[in-house]
Write a protein that binds this ligand. Structure first.
Ligand code: ADP
Length: 405
């Protein structure tokens, strides 16, 4: 069965076509700079690559282009849209209504709209993508997979902020957490690699990319995570500050920063970019630090220090930790960063093996030393595959909704 997975952002639409349950990628494409004259569209299939530069006015136009790409007689992946049996959609915010992936209907669309305020940049394009796909593919099953859903198991002690209760009741202010599809994917994969049942592992999963978050996983369920009401809280990120004293915001406000400039400062100009003054990319910063750039070195040290602090906190919360898992662009490939994060933790039972660390660059495996009490794992994430799996599982449960081909 062919399952098409969409990840729709404010100016980009990414999509991947899977053959399930074989989990084979049949096509992979992206539209960038949607809404602009200099947009681009690409599709890669085993037959070849299509790359075009063209104006893409809006989402309906974008979806018409996706249809043409997929049906391209030379390098496309389909001869008819009816070959697609189901679609899966990444949805950033599910509020506190969705504790798992959900089949899409009109009511579910309203549920996504109901939390627009909590993710104003993400949920509206996610929903537009869903509507376009429903219009394009007709009555096939479509699944919404939420970044927040895996973290709905977090208990109140960890999801409530120390704020007056009415802010929680009236404004839904609480920790939601994000990157849930990734944390869940690597947690399940880790359980498999450790030869344990998925509900009997205790893990600390570190998703380190441009956006970064860390989760404490007890018996296979998320019980705490570093991102909060929004993806700004927690770890230092490429351009986001992560945790800071909220007093800084009042202080800057009194100095003349308005809401928009504070938003831009904390989301776009802080993190690795802000500290280094030069780049949000760990690879660049490592080169600069090696060449003697002190600010780049400091940015990397602060980034690693914050992760180490969270690992310590989550070790205390979990009591027993089977493994620390690294994923995301930095977690998977950042050999030096993994060493930096876990340096000097031998008294807590964590010792990395330098050779294994290098061997598992982008490759799944264990990188702890033989004497390490806690395992350390590298597991490449695959959020699209996680969505395809959930979507496939739904079609198994609802076979009567499948088109008769
Ligand atoms: P996104 O959150 O946008 O999906 P990624 O998960 O792709 O981001 O991660 C991007 C980050 O991964 C960048 O900071 C990049 O420097 C880092 N990265 C990629 N390869 C390496 C590497 N070999 N060593 C260190 N960092 C790397």
């Amino acid at each position: 069965m062919k399952i098409l997975v969409f990840n729709c952002g404010s100016s980009s639409i990414k999509f991947k076509l899977f053959q399930m349950p074989e989990e084979m990628v049949l096509a992979e494409g992206a539209l960038e700079r949607v809404g602009n004259d200099d947009a681009s569209a690409t599709l890669k299939t085993p037959h070849g690559t299509i790359e075009t530069k063209q104006a893409i006015a809006d989402y309906p136009h974008g979806f018409a282009i996706i249809k043409n790409l997929l049906l391209d007689p030379n390098n496309g992946a389909l001869t008819s849209l009816s070959e697609v049996s189901a679609c899966g959609h990444r949805v950033v915010h599910g509020g506190d209504s969705f504790g798992g992936s959900m089949p899409i209907d009109d009511e579910l669309e309203q549920g996504i709209e109901a939390v627009f305020e909590l993710a104003p940049l993400h949920n509206p394009p996610n929903l537009t993508g869903i509507q376009q796909a429903r219009a394009m593919f007709g009555d096939i099953p479509q699944m919404a997979c939420f970044d927040t859903a895996f973290h709905q198991s977090i208990p109140e002690i960890a999801f409530r902020y120390a704020l007056p209760e009415e802010l929680y009741n009236d404004h839904k202010i609480r920790r939601y957490g994000f990157h849930g599809m990734s944390h869940q994917f690597v947690a399940r994969q880790a359980a498999r690699m450790l030869g344990k049942h998925k509900y009997s592992v205790n893990l600390i999963t570190c998703h380190l990319g441009n956006g970064s978050s860390i989760a404490a996983i007890k018996d296979g369920h998320s019980i705490d995570t570093s991102m909060g009401l929004t993806p700004l809280e927690g770890l230092v990120m490429g351009t986001r500050s992560g945790d800071l004293d909220p007093g800084i915001i009042f202080y800057l406000h009194r100095k003349g920063y308005d809401t928009n400039s504070l938003d831009t400062l904390l989301n776009k100009k802080s993190g690795l970019l802000g500290i280094s003054g030069s780049s949000n990319d760990v690879r660049d910063l490592e080169l600069k630090a090696d060449a003697g750039d002190d600010k780049a070195a400091l940015a990397l040290d602060i980034f690693a220090y914050r992760i180490k602090k969270y690992i310590g906190a989550y070790m205390a919360v979990l009591n027993r930790v089977d493994a620390i898992v690294f994923t995301g662009g930095i977690g998977e490939n950042g050999v030096a960063m993994r060493s930096r994060v876990l340096a000097d933790m031998d008294q807590q039972g964590i010792i990395i093996d330098d050779t294994r660390n290098v061997v598992h660059t982008g490759e799944p495996g264990e990188i702890q030393a033989a004497t390490s009490r806690i395992k350390v794992m590298v597991i490449p994430t695959n959020e699209e595959l996680a969505i395809a799996r959930d979507t496939y599982a739904m079609t198994e449960k609802q076979p009567n909704k499948l088109p008769t081909l």
